[in-house]
Design a protein around this ligand. Structure first.
Ligand SMILES: Nc1ncnc2c1ncn2[C@@H]1O[C@H](COP(=O)(O)OP(=O)(O)OP(=O)(O)O)[C@@H](O)[C@H]1O
Length: 356
């Protein structure tokens, strides 16, 4: 748990972080967001004392960080930044092992930990262990940077705009990975970004700052449906609020039973049903195409949904592939349900209060 109590930073008498108080519970993914210069990075860097606070207190699991020896603090708090900060003359394995080596772990324990972290970030040790930072793509370097920050299993992971410098596609992949890593490790994370979509997709708690002050600290949904003031409303942006809400809704919340079609003939106009193969995987959809409601269409891998997929992505696939329903499959690819345009529109099987 991290507690900020009246945290303040002044430069030349001017407060750039002004009396911020908030609590982030264990296992939460906290995002600090706000316009350029609002004090996000300064707040983050005060947590690991890269910047000394001018006033207030920061407690890490009850310990005042001001009282902890710096080397202990660095062990308890991992730190990943946009430029990765990888040592250019060290290979990937040695970069990841930086903190365990400082802590003088035995070699076999370090090797195991490096392999474990590379597996977590889907980096094949055989291929990547011996590579140098200049031989990595931006996305791979970022993964190594985050793996290094996690190496000594810190209590908290701080991330300062870690995906700010990668292209949008890689950024989405890294965000999805970060979400998975957060779920798998249960780490408490504090993440700085100025990208609201990134914040909404990753955060369990969002702290919105403006001119050094905390304007609202809430769950993403509350920020959207109960903005504290006009600044919050404007910062979130109203134009695609519906889509933003759907980015925080998951297919499993809207999933309903999938009706099977026994033959390739439709039994009633505009009905639809799924054909499955002998392993229970969806192979074709009878009906439910936007352009031809009576067609039998082979299921393409691109329109298959999983229970963890966001409804925004599911909706995007429906629109792009012109189908009214998507099959939902389990890890083995077996059909376990379907999710449809009607669910998105709240006409049918809407989860209680889903859009309120
Ligand atoms: N060493 C310093 N001396 C004086 N002012 C500083 C110093 N470091 C930061 N500031 C000011 O403090 C304010 C907050 O800076 P900070 O880097 O925390 O903002 P930020 O929200 O992270 O911004 P960005 O999104 O642009 O990175 C800014 O107005 C900045 O100019």
């Amino acid at each position: 748990m991290i507690e900020l109590k009246g945290l303040t930073k002044r430069y030349a008498g001017k407060s750039v972080v002004d009396d911020i108080s908030l609590t982030l519970e264990d296992g939460e993914f906290g995002v600090l967001i706000g316009p350029s210069g609002c004090g996000k990075s300064t707040t983050l860097k005060m947590i690991n004392r890269l910047i000394p606070a001018s006033g207030g207190q920061i407690l890490l699991n009850g310990d005042d960080v001001a009282d902890l020896p710096v080397e202990q603090l660095r062990r308890r708090i991992g730190y990943a930044i946009q430029s990765t900060g990888l040592f250019p003359h060290w290979d990937v394995a040695r970069n990841i092992a930086t903190v365990p080596q400082l802590l003088k772990w035995p070699k076999s324990r370090i090797d195991d930990r490096v392999d474990e972290l590379m597996a977590l970030f889907h980096l094949d040790p055989a291929e990547f262990r011996g590579k140098y930072p200049h031989q990595l793509s931006g996305g791979q370097a970022q993964r190594v940077g985050v793996a290094r920050a996690l190496a000594a299993d810190p209590e908290v992971l701080l991330m300062d705009e870690p995906f700010g410098a990668v292209d949008p596609l890689t950024r989405e992949v890294l965000q999805a990975e970060m979400k998975r890593v957060h779920q798998q490790t249960g780490k408490t994370i504090v993440f700085v970004t100025h990208d609201m979509d990134e914040a909404l997709s990753l955060a369990t708690r969002i702290a919105l700052l403006n001119q050094g002050r905390l304007v609202q600290y809430d769950r993403p949904i509350e920020l959207m449906v109960e903005p504290a003031d006009d600044f919050v409303r404007e910062f979130i942006g109203q134009a695609d609020l519906g889509l933003k809400l759907l980015s925080r809704r998951w297919v499993h919340q809207y999933q309903r039973e999938a009706r099977l079609q026994q033959t390739e003939t439709l039994d009633s106009l505009h009905a639809h049903g799924w054909l499955i193969d002998d392993q229970g995987r969806p192979s074709a959809l009878a009906g439910a195409r936007l352009d031809d409601a009576d067609a039998i269409t082979r299921v393409k891998p691109e329109w298959i949904a999983t229970p963890e997929m966001s409804m925004k992505e599911a909706l995007s696939r429906m629109v792009w592939y012109r189908v009214m329903v998507l099959p939902v499959v389990d890890d083995a690819g077996k059909l376990i349900g379907e999710v449809g345009m009607q669910g998105v529109m709240g006409m049918q099987d809407e989860p209680e209060g889903a859009l309120s």
